[in-house]
Design a protein around this ligand. Structure first.
Ligand SMILES: Cc1cc2nc3c(=O)[nH]c(=O)nc-3n(C[C@H](O)[C@H](O)[C@H](O)COP(=O)(O)O)c2cc1C
Length: 515
């Protein structure tokens, strides 16, 4: 495969085009799942030493909406120390096992954040520097047995700061590294799986950011870094397992900064168990990931200054809806344990204040090197206080614009791959981006960032919905049909992710974890 450059924007355009779903593509190119070759959901290092994590955890009691929007916890969180319990709480709430179900004698595990197809392609590594009870080193988080597996000794914060071209990272207490093992998702979604990996990482980040904010520990998402040094640190090849983002935890401005570490680390020298008998490589997926790599810390630092064209100010006749008060949303820990994907909606209305809570909470600023690239559009099927129809939520202005009034339940069901969840929900949110603007500003890397951001918004909307006793489900979609439906006069808008919200057929109890 030829060398691909982040600036060759045709790579993302082409990948986007060839991985679109349409009414005809899903019929003319069906995919039979090979259950005998299903990838294992856990990355196992059999010979690595392990550190047990505390199982008696106090989960965050802050109101969910306040935690997501950064209104909970102590201001800034700069002086909050981190210890093993804090790290465990963050990791458990981000990627831990929260439920299991036995079907035909086989046990299925479900995790804290939603994942398309419950395939869980995302791995988390911890570069601990200043964490009480954890020796400085690189660890792999093992959700199956709630342990940290030791991969390398030493303080890698300076090394990661250098890779990201971002000095500040040296003053974080720890850095999480999120990677995707593409085959886990590609087993079902083939080349399109690359998109799903970024959405899935986004839903996990939604939980991480909310818990960190509730606990008063700062957290920042870093999407701009040179890929090769981070891959070298994790000892992954970038094609089979690629790095998705970093998350800096805690910040101590007056502590001595961790030193830069310029020496490339040697191989970890630890085997991992195979995921399945035979891993299929999808060239389009590999090319997309390669084409969105940054080849130097300087390239990452340069993109940090990129800007988008100004967002428009909002519609001519904005509809303002008042969200619920923070204390009307349940405790964050309980929300995370209760969250699941709604399998059937009751075709009932939710209140306008509830929809406003979901939209506003999800679109609160994301701490990190993000610019808002994603804008929510929606079909309102049944929301008290709003006419049924197609709307755009203007993120910057915080208001809704009615684009077309009318009953669109049939279209909503069709657009999300003909799933009744779309027609039965109260509102179908479609997170969209302006693809050309994103690529112009950030190159192919912008395509990564937009998918990740859509995942964060979707993950937050899941939490907000469950925190008020409502339900939610992430959904995939027919790309071009969704563009034409939501933005018939401006083809620049492309859909990134859909999320159905509404009244679940089975009631969710706002204050218990048995919903
Ligand atoms: C990006 C994304 C896309 C999804 N797409 C669908 C979908 O098209 N249809 C569906 O029924 N569920 C979909 N889901 C929900 C997942 O199937 C669900 O998260 C997974 O089974 C784990 O279960 P849980 O969310 O109840 O923990 C999606 C979830 C995500 C995060």
């Amino acid at each position: 495969m030829a060398d691909l450059s982040n600036k060759d924007r045709e790579a993302a355009r082409l990948y986007h085009e060839v991985t679109k779903h349409s009414y005809t593509s899903v019929r003319s190119n069906p995919h039979r799942l090979d259950w005998d070759n299903r990838p294992f959901q856990y990355k196992i290092y059999p010979a690595a030493g392990s550190l047990a994590m505390p199982r008696e955890l106090e989960l965050p009691s802050a109101a969910t909406a306040a935690a997501i929007a950064g209104r909970a916890g102590t201001a800034g969180g700069a002086d909050r120390t981190a210890d093993l319990e804090e790290i465990t709480r963050l990791l458990f709430c981000t990627g831990g096992l929260t439920r299991s179900r036995t079907v035909n004698g086989e046990e299925y595990h479900f995790r804290a954040a939603a994942s398309a197809g419950a395939l869980y392609p995302i791995e988390i590594y911890l570069a601990a520097g200043d964490v009480d009870g954890v020796e400085p080193g690189l660890y792999h988080f093992s959700p199956a047995d709630l342990k940290l597996r030791g991969l390398r000794r030493g303080d890698w914060r300076g090394y990661l700061a250098e890779a990201a071209g971002c000095d500040d990272l040296r003053q974080s207490r720890a850095i999480l590294i999120f990677s995707a093992i593409f085959w886990r998702s590609a087993w079902k979604y083939r080349a399109r799986a690359w998109r799903y990996c970024f959405w899935d990482a986004g839903t996990m980040l939604a939980n991480l950011l909310a818990v960190a904010s509730a606990d008063g520990i700062s957290a920042e998402i870093i999407t701009l870094f040179a890929d090769a040094p981070v891959e070298r640190l994790l000892d992954v090849d970038g094609d089979r397992e690629g790095v998705v983002c970093l998350a800096a935890l805690g910040r101590v401005p007056d502590a001595p900064a961790a030193p830069f570490g310029a020496t490339p680390p040697p191989s970890i020298g630890l085997d991992t168990l195979p995921l399945s008998a035979n891993e299929v490589v999808y060239d389009d997926l590999v090319k997309m990931h390669r084409a969105s790599r940054l080849d130097s810390p300087g390239a990452a630092a340069e993109l940090r200054g990129a800007r988008l064209p100004p967002a428009d100010a909002g519609g001519a006749a904005p509809v303002m809806l008042e969200p619920l008060r923070d204390d009307e949303t349940s405790e964050l820990g309980a929300t995370i344990l209760r969250r699941g994907s709604t399998r059937e909606f009751a075709r009932e209305a939710i209140d306008g204040t509830e929809l406003a809570t979901i939209l506003a909470t999800a679109t609160a600023p994301i701490p990190g090197d993000f610019l808002p690239l994603v804008e929510p559009f929606l079909i309102v099927n049944a929301v008290d206080g709003l006419d049924a129809g197609v709307y755009r939520f203007h993120r910057a202005a915080g208001n809704l614009e009615l684009l077309r009034a009318g009953e669109f339940r049939g279209e909503a069901g069709y657009l999300c791959l003909e799933q009744p969840l779309g027609s039965d929900c109260s509102a179908l949110i479609c997170y969209m981006m302006r693809l050309d603007d994103v690529l112009e500003a950030f190159g192919n890397r912008g395509y990564r960032m937009a998918h990740l951001e859509a995942g964060v918004l979707g993950g937050r909307a899941y939490l907000a919905a469950y925190s008020i006793g409502r339900g939610a489900t992430g959904l995939t979609f027919y790309d071009d049909d969704a563009s034409k439906f939501f933005s018939p006069d401006d083809p620049a808008w492309s859909p990134l992710l859909m999320l159905a919200v509404g009244a679940p057929k089975r009631r969710v109890n706002r204050d218990s974890d048995d919903g």
